[in-house]
Design a protein around this ligand. Structure first.
Ligand code: ADP
Ligand code: MG
Length: 349
């Protein structure tokens, strides 16, 4: 069989790292992005610059590839669904539709008896104020948010009263969890009950942006098992193909909650490139291309540091030890809090 050519929508660091992983196993990638300066054009075999609603460009993209995947979940459902009529999109666009909206995502989780924080939909000022039982809480846009964008923390009723929201958008109001820890599970599902699942990863956020990840996570055996069971349940329920990430909260009383699902490879899984025989990226490519499923094996413990904004500068040209792995996403401009690269440090396990 000739290896398929994979189309990837989105040209950021996730698209780049997917391309690198694909190349390693002789799979060609074509990336389409609406950013002409996409870093992924340094890593993919081909790069198309286009707006996602440019039908001609989308056609050109579809003609070059055998199947399509994506690096971020905020692509309009219509675009993905249209592509899916000609070339298979994996994971399935229907999954995206559920997960790209924080309300439908949490409704889905509760329907399958998975614990989330308390939440309500708020459509106007009156609904917002009448839910002050959720203070301290966080109000988030239902769609398009990432890295804490579109989120408003309210610590008191006074803050709630003075909050001015643009109700042309849809919002969700969530109770704040008294966090002990955050963890994530990365799972790659190949087919029914056929998956590779990585051990829980412990994550530290600063200003709602991931800053550090590490394995092993310092958590109890029961949370390890429960978080894995829930990730398996979610991917089975969604009939998911490819790599998926489940983000969790653990509160001070050791209760576990799902925060959100990312229907894609995830920043917290970057350390799998160096800790495991097969990374989250290679597993995603293997699963969507129907290639062999290889049992994952941990070679090292690892911690990852995200290099945000001008933190990257000190690392460029630096000498690294044998157990330090520096990744520069080659983004054109340094911007405050922008994910510019990461460093993974491995240790014997
Ligand atoms: P994003 O889509 O931007 O990643 P998240 O909902 O994951 O948004 O929020 C980003 C981070 O903000 C979380 O990882 C967590 O640290 C904090 N956070 C968000 N919601 C809550 C909550 N309900 N309780 C406590 N912390 C929260
Ligand atoms: Mg998140």
């Amino acid at each position: 069989m000739v290896n398929p050519v994979v189309g990837i929508i989105g040209g950021g660091q996730l698209g780049s790292l997917l391309s690198v992983a694909a190349k390693k196993i002789n799979i060609k990638t074509v990336i389409i992005s609406d950013n002409i300066d996409s870093p992924a054009k340094n890593f993919s075999d081909e790069f198309i610059f286009a707006n996602y609603d440019d039908e001609n460009k989308i056609k050109e993209f579809i003609n070059k590839v055998d199947l399509v995947t994506f690096e971020f979940e905020n692509i309009p459902y219509k675009t993905l669904n249209n592509i899916n009529k000609t070339k298979k999109v994996l994971p399935n666009p229907e999954i995206n539709r559920i997960v790209q909206n924080r309300l439908t995502e949490k409704d889905f989780l509760n329907k399958i008896n998975i614990n989330t924080t308390n939440y309500v939909s708020v459509k106007n000022e009156r609904e917002l104020k009448s839910n002050n039982n959720l203070v301290p809480g966080i109000i988030k846009t239902c769609t398009m948010g990432y890295d804490g964008k579109g989120q408003y923390k309210v610590n008191s009723n006074k803050e709630l009263d003075s909050l001015k929201l643009d109700f042309t958008k849809e919002f969700i109001f969530e109770k704040v969890i008294n966090l002990k820890k955050e963890i994530s599970i990365i799972i790659t599902r190949f087919s029914k009950l056929q998956y590779e699942i990585y051990e829980p990863i412990e994550n530290i956020h600063e200003d709602q942006i991931l800053k550090y990840s590490k394995i092993p996570a310092d958590i109890s055996k029961s949370i390890q098992e429960k978080s894995k069971d829930w990730a398996i349940k979610i991917s089975e329920e969604l009939d998911y193909i490819g790599t998926l990430c489940v983000e969790y909260f653990i509160d001070k009383n050791d209760n576990l909650y799902v925060n959100e699902i990312a229907p894609r490879v995830h920043n917290s899984g970057h350390l799998t490139i160096n800790s495991h025989n097969i990374s989250q990226f290679e597993n995603h490519i293997r699963a969507i291309c129907g290639l062999e499923q290889i049992k994952i094996k941990k070679n090292f413990n690892a911690k990852m540091i995200n290099l945000l904004g001008d933190n990257i500068t000190a690392y460029r040209g630096k000498k690294f030890k044998d157990n330090e792995f520096f990744f520069d996403y080659l983004k054109k401009d340094i911007k405050k809090k922008r994910k510019m690269g990461h460093l993974t440090i491995t240790e014997k396990c």
